[in-house]
Write a protein that binds this ligand. Structure first.
Ligand code: XLS
Ligand code: CA
Ligand code: CA
Length: 452
């Protein structure tokens, strides 16, 4: 489906029309080579499977500053000295970009969209003003909100955390922002609401009461959930794991940590997980690992699609162009039956050295084509009988007989011991990892992502 291109008074991406699918022969950098929104794969269109979203913060707010120097990106929508005009022009630029890229969803933090006021009431007012304008643009274009969130980590008041801050007054401030961001998300028909625990963790273990902070965190989430439900939010609350950066340790370390936390506090169900590729790798896992852990728990909610750089361990938030990552990730998503009401949000930024205005389009196109290829190839691998045989064969001994009885809880430890004594040394069975890797490469090498 094509969205109506939004145009404000100023065009911020001149010379770029709506990005079209031109297929593999195209050498147009501003065209899709594989992502064809209406193409059917595994019973659904690519648009329905992938549910792409563009994030507001990296794409329209960040200039590329780093600890060694200021930003390099010029944001032509900034109106100096006039925060409301700047926010409005930024919104216009964002909607022009979303609709030219032809993605169905977008995501924001409260103070990406609006500017922070000097009091709670002023900030709430600023956000409401911008939400009204965003709603108008959604109505005109058909764009939808994948998720909203609150930035409770940038302002210096949050240096020791938000919901886990040792100072109760800071916690209440965070609550005021989460309440306003939930109101905004509901007003914009958002399908999810995200909590990324930016500074929910510690820098110094010796001055931190970790037990108390984690209890405060759970209580805060419970109250946010209750408020959201009371104003009619029917979507999913999402926790986004990340092990560190900015804190030395963050409580939402990785998928399995968050799953345990949600279950322990009775929050699983209302809350699921938003898995970011670069956060999984920062935790020493792969993207597919955290997806798999979430999916196994029935708690895979959404995805922040990006990647790190294998040469360093930072959260570089690069655009996802690693084909293996996309294939392995989409294999988990397809096996889980899809991403549901979640999506693939490009929480990614162009490199500080990429300063052309069109680099933002090119980066998103690359990410979308990579996931489209990932989807096609993952579907083929999952349908390849050699693949299903490889995995089902490994567990065959549990499919019947004593193995099945063990799974059903019918065999005690002594019986298991007696079986070992009776059966003797087990036969060695190869895990055949290399065969599996070759099979995946064979599907990539077919190179015919276009065959329908
Ligand atoms: C930062 C996070 C953040 C969340 C939303 O590392 O990825 O952008 O996605 O607060
Ligand atoms: Ca993220
Ligand atoms: Ca990140």
């Amino acid at each position: 489906m094509s969205r109506k291109v939004f145009s404000g008074d100023t065009t911020y991406f001149p010379g770029v029309g709506q990005i079209q699918y031109e297929g593999p022969g195209s050498d147009n950098p501003l065209a899709f080579k594989t992502y064809d929104p209406s193409r059917i794969v595994a019973g659904k269109t690519m648009e329905e499977h992938l549910r792409f979203a563009v994030c507001y913060w990296h794409s329209f707010c960040a200039t590329g500053s780093d600890p060694f120097g200021p930003g390099t990106r010029v944001l032509p929508w900034t109106v100096s000295g006039d925060p409301k005009a700047s926010a409005t022009e930024k919104l216009n630029a964002a909607f022009e970009f979303f609709t030219k890229l032809n993605v169905p969803y977008w995501c924001f933090h409260d103070f990406d969209l609006a500017w922070e006021g000097s009091s709670v009431a002023e900030s709430e007012n600023n956000l409401q003003t911008m939400v009204a304008l965003a709603k108008e643009r959604q109505d005109v274009t058909g764009m939808q909100l994948l998720w909203g969130t609150a930035n409770v980590f940038s302002n210096p008041r949050y240096m020791n955390g938000a919901a886990t801050n040792p100072n109760f007054e800071v916690l209440t401030y965070a609550a005021s922002q989460v309440k306003a961001a939930l109101d905004a998300t509901v007003e914009l028909g958002g399908q999810n609401y995200v909590f990324w625990g930016g500074r929910e963790g510690y820098v110094c273990l010796q001055n931190t009461d970790t037990k108390r902070e984690l209890e405060h965190f759970a209580m805060f989430l419970e109250k946010a959930r209750d408020y959201g439900r009371s104003i009619g939010f029917e979507g999913t609350f999402l926790i986004e794991p990340k092990p560190m950066e900015p804190m030395k340790h963050q409580y939402d370390f990785d998928a399995q940590t968050v799953i345990g936390f949600l279950r322990h506090h009775g929050l699983a169900g209302d809350f699921k997980l938003n898995i970011e590729a670069n956060h999984a790798t920062l935790a020493g896992h792969s993207f597919a690992h955290d997806l798999r852990m979430s999916a196994d728990a029935g708690l895979l909610g959404s995805i922040d699609a990006n990647r790190g750089d294998p040469q360093n361990g930072w959260d570089t938030d690069q655009f996802p162009t690693d084909l293996y990552d996309c294939i392995h990730g989409m294999m988990v998503v397809l096996q889980a039956g899809g991403i549901g009401a979640g999506g693939l949000n490009f929480d990614a930024k162009v490199r500080r050295e990429s300063t052309d205005i069109n680099d933002l389009f090119i980066a998103h196109i690359g990410g979308m084509d990579s996931f489209a290829r990932g989807l096609i190839i993952a579907d083929r691998i999952l349908k390849d009988p050699r693949f299903s045989e490889l995995s089902s064969e490994r567990y065959r001994s549990f499919d019947s007989g004593d193995g099945k009885r063990f799974e059903n809880g019918e065999l005690d430890l002594v019986t298991l011991r007696d079986l070992a004594a009776k059966n003797g040394e087990p036969e060695q069975v190869s895990a055949r990892q290399e065969l599996l890797e070759n099979l995946i490469n064979d599907h990539i090498a077919r190179g015919d992502c276009q065959v329908k």
